[in-house]
Write a protein that binds this ligand. Structure first.
Ligand SMILES: NC(=O)c1ccc[n+]([C@@H]2O[C@H](COP(=O)([O-])OP(=O)(O)OC[C@H]3O[C@@H](n4cnc5c(N)ncnc54)[C@H](OP(=O)(O)O)[C@@H]3O)[C@@H](O)[C@H]2O)c1
Length: 295
């Protein structure tokens, strides 16, 4: 089986490569980076994929600098909506499965929400990035009957997000060491998730098969960004204080969902159990050398 991976050098793409190696390379994983296919030009995608041999296409590319995207809707629609549509069409033409990565930011418009969102909850994005990803999901479903959409959230992985220059864990550790005190919003609640755990679910999906459709592939549990930061600083053993604050103390260009926790029961049943985010964070801190193994 040949599996083409778009976005191989990103945070998630890197860990899919690592999980593939750890699982014994039971299929061919073929990386296709930006140098060989620029997905900001969706019209080029069909022809580029026509010449490649593959049974599964995994799309980890994205334009996800959430604040910057507010003023660059055209690029966001190209990368996050029309490119995945072209990929799904190319897959449908050759009978290949399309695995597309989406986001919890397709939600957020239901401001009274306080319970985890299942896969069939109505999407209601609150920013341009979320709207572009929601449109991408719709176009992918229309283009291919064998598409699998994996919604992920609040990622941390050893490679760091290439689009964002790191991740939240690394930012909190750096700022805590520099300043000794952090103020972090406690009115946005989400599903912190390790890309290493998503990558294992992706390998299980490719090797074991699963029905087409949408899956919420997030670590178990939920946290506000304040909860998450507090756990990072405690686990890393950094002598710093973490204080809660409200989002309006840190105004951002793009609105953020107040509650976007994803219900992962379908993934746990169909793909593999997803560990608690604190467990995932502990493994990440060891992998990055912030904490000694076995501590
Ligand atoms: N990061 C998060 O917290 C988060 C949260 C929810 C959902 N997600 C979703 O999860 C997925 C993976 O995110 P991530 O954190 O792994 O992202 P990432 O580290 O920024 O990786 C994104 C990848 O997309 C590639 N890419 C971007 N624009 C491209 C273009 N025009 N042509 C070709 N390749 C392009 C990048 O290539 P280069 O390496 O060349 O830059 C990179 O490999 C995305 O679908 C994202 O929307 C992420």
């Amino acid at each position: 089986m040949k599996v083409l991976l778009l976005g191989p050098n990103g945070q998630l793409g890197h860990d899919i490569g690592a999980a593939h190696a750890a699982a014994g390379e039971s299929f061919d994983l073929i990386p296709l980076g930006r140098d060989r296919l620029d997905v900001a030009r969706p019209d080029d995608i069909g022809a580029a994929l026509e010449g490649a041999a593959f049974d599964v296409l995994i799309n980890c590319t994205s334009y996800h600098k959430t604040d910057e995207v507010e003023d660059n809707g055209g690029l966001a629609m190209a990368v996050n909506a029309h490119a995945p549509q072209a990929m799904a069409e190319a897959c449908a033409r050759r009978g290949a499965r399309f695995v597309h990565i989406s986001t919890d930011y397709v939600f957020g418009g239901d401001r009274t929400r306080t319970t985890p969102l299942a896969e069939d909850a109505p999407t209601a994005p609150v920013n341009v990035y979320g709207a572009s990803k929601a449109l991408g999901e719709t176009l992918v479903r229309h283009a291919s009957e064998d598409a699998v959409i994996l919604r992920v959230a609040s990622l941390f992985g050893v490679a760091g997000a290439s689009g964002k220059g790191g991740n939240f864990v690394e930012t909190m550790i750096r700022l805590a060491r520099e300043r000794g005190a952090l103020s972090v919003v406690d009115d946005q609640v989400m599903s912190p998730t390790a890309t290493a755990d998503i990558a294992r679910a992706v390998i299980a999906l490719v090797t074991g098969g699963a029905s087409a459709g949408t899956y919420h592939v997030v670590n178990s549990g939920q946290a506000s960004w304040f909860d998450f930061a507090s756990e990072i600083i405690a686990m890393a053993g950094i002598d710093a204080t973490v204080s809660p604050c409200a989002s309006d103390q840190f105004p951002t260009r793009a609105a953020r969902p107040r509650y976007s926790v994803l219900d992962n029961r379908k993934t746990c049943e169909a793909l593999l159990p997803m560990p608690d985010w604190r467990d995932a964070l502990g493994r990440y801190l060891v992998a990055k050398g912030h904490v000694a193994a076995g501590r």
